[in-house]
Design a protein around this ligand. Structure first.
Ligand code: PMP
Length: 352
């Protein structure tokens, strides 16, 4: 497939104060689009000026939510290079999401290459203040104008870019998390393992209610028994029980995080015993009572490592650690960001 490039005639003003970037508010000058039709497959790949889509009000994505997305980052490094972290993993996961949502597969190598060209063109938008990066959002939407539930025949793939600061305003400070005991996010056999809009829509009400109680996000339990820990809103969750570093097994209702996969490797490199298994919420509270729950943290592209300082489950509240960032959370944060920003050796070949 050919990639054509049409440059914007006028460029937007770049943010002057990188400490005020926030997350997902500002978009760059260009975007990548590729369209799909049954006759031509994926075709017409273009880097073009950022623009609004014209969409038929009957566009299927608007009604039946047939859409998937990804999230990754480009990092500006002190050696002047811009690095991507495991981008092929994001497009591979996008293909797994596509399969679940009846969306045609994309060519991973083509997309990584096209993304590199897009980021190269937009390199002046990659911020340089420590902790900032260029967030990358690949998306696919179903575009047939049609009412009636079926898979669409036509799709639009696009990538937009957004210079970002920290996802949580609190940075590495521990956050309080509400263990959700009423609503559920996903069930085995459902779409929980796919990065699709419906999972996030399903999570909103619980998130709003938790916020009113002073919690920053919810921790989801399994959708059947509400017994086993699954994941947090936009992060996977890890527990350190003494020297075991553990995270819920990928049972089909959890998003297989790329940060999760990387943190399991890094914790193993550091000499911890890492496990992926079923973890009941009772176990978490029991081990806390026994003094064996040393750290809890979330992992994700946006949040990197996010220590959890408090968990509320039913009428119990536990405070983890001493209110500061735990030793392992800090070590993992330093190692992961060290690799991403090119300051530590890339021993696993994760950098493009
Ligand atoms: N779970 C959910 C529901 C998410 O949205 C994300 C963010 N993509 C994650 C976990 C973490 O995944 P990753 O490490 O690939 O960003």
């Amino acid at each position: 497939m050919q990639l054509t490039i049409e440059k914007a005639k006028t460029l937007k003003a770049k943010p002057t104060d990188e400490s005020k970037l926030g997350f997902g508010n500002i978009f760059t000058d260009h975007m990548l689009t590729v369209v799909y039709s049954p006759e031509e497959g994926w075709h017409d790949a273009k880097i073009e000026p950022y623009h609004a889509f014209q969409m038929d009000p009957a566009g299927m994505v608007l009604h039946y939510g047939q859409t998937i997305f990804e999230g990754l980052k480009a990092y500006r490094c002190k050696d002047g290079k811009i690095r991507l972290f495991r981008p092929e993993q994001n497009f591979m996961r996008m293909n797994r999401s596509a399969e679940r949502l009846c969306i045609p597969q994309i060519d991973v190598d083509f997309m990584v290459d096209a993304l590199k060209k897009l980021v190269e063109l937009e390199q002046d938008w990659v911020p340089s203040t420590p902790g900032t990066s260029l967030y990358i959002r690949p998306t696919i939407i179903a575009s047939d104008p049609h009412l009636g539930v079926r898979a669409s025949n036509h799709y639009i793939f696009y990538i937009i870019l957004s210079p970002v600061g920290a996802y949580y305003a609190t940075g590495l400070d521990p956050v309080p998390i509400y263990v959700e005991d009423n609503y559920v996010r996903a069930v085995r056999g459902g779409t929980g393992a796919a990065k699709t809009a419906a999972n996030y829509a399903a999570s909103l009400l619980a998130g709003e209610e938790a916020k009113k109680l002073g919690y920053s996000q919810v921790l989801w339990l399994d959708g059947v028994e509400k017994k086993y820990v699954e994941e947090v809103g936009s992060m996977n969750i890890f527990f350190r029980f003494n020297d075991e570093v553990t995270t819920p097994a990928l049972v089909g209702s959890i998003l297989p995080g790329i940060t999760r996969m990387s943190v399991l490797q890094l914790a193993q490199d550091m000499g911890y015993k890492t496990t992926e298994r079923r973890i009941s919420i009772e176990e978490v509270f029991d081990r806390y009572d026994k003094g064996e729950l040393l750290e809890v943290f979330g992992t994700g592209t946006a949040a990197v490592i996010s220590p959890v300082g408090e968990l509320k489950w039913k009428d119990r509240v536990i405070k983890i650690g001493d209110g500061t960032t735990g030793e392992l959370s800090q070590k993992l944060y330093d190692t992961l960001t060290g690799i991403q920003y090119g300051e530590l050796p890339d021993n696993h070949g994760w950098i493009t």
